[in-house]
Design a protein around this ligand. Structure first.
Ligand code: AMP
Length: 130
């Protein structure tokens, strides 16, 4: 069965899309640690990050780098943090989280955003994606 992220990539489930290329898809996390918390997903469905080939892993990191650069321009924060967990969704994804404090990367404190806030954040980040 297709993962929830594959369904998002295929447009069966809505998302706040930030960026896309042939092999990757980036969108806002629906339960964000902080404003701008973005997930970067390889379109190829693989459970664990280190089951990717070295080339797929490098491609994912290069794409994440470009998304992080856009986040740095779009969101006021001290730095962009990066984390890979995967305990909830078994489809590889990189969390890119704008950080102001250590707790922003701890996945305990969550930010409540309105639909309009999600839309405007996704637009702002994608505007800076190169
Ligand atoms: P983990 O698998 O532990 O790395 O966490 C999965 C992440 O995916 C969590 O931060 C969720 O909030 C996020 N998530 C789950 N479903 C969706 C969705 N439909 N749209 C956006 N983010 C999601």
């Amino acid at each position: 069965m297709a993962s929830i992220f594959t369904k998002i990539i295929q447009g069966e489930i809505p998302s706040y899309k930030v960026a896309e290329d042939e092999k990757h898809f980036a969108f806002l996390d629906i339960n964000p640690n902080a404003k701008g918390h973005t997930l970067v997903v390889p379109k190829k469905e693989e459970n664990k990050i280190f089951d990717l080939s070295e080339e797929e892993y490098s491609d994912l990191m290069s794409f994440s780098y470009r998304v992080a650069k856009a986040l740095e321009k779009a969101i006021t924060c001290k730095r962009i943090g990066m984390s890979v967990v995967g305990l909830e969704v078994p489809h590889v994804h990189v969390h890119l989280v704008p950080l102001n404090a250590m707790e922003d990367i701890q996945f305990t404190k969550k930010e409540k955003l309105t639909n309009e806030e999600f839309i405007s954040l996704a637009e702002e980040i994608s505007k800076h994606f190169e």
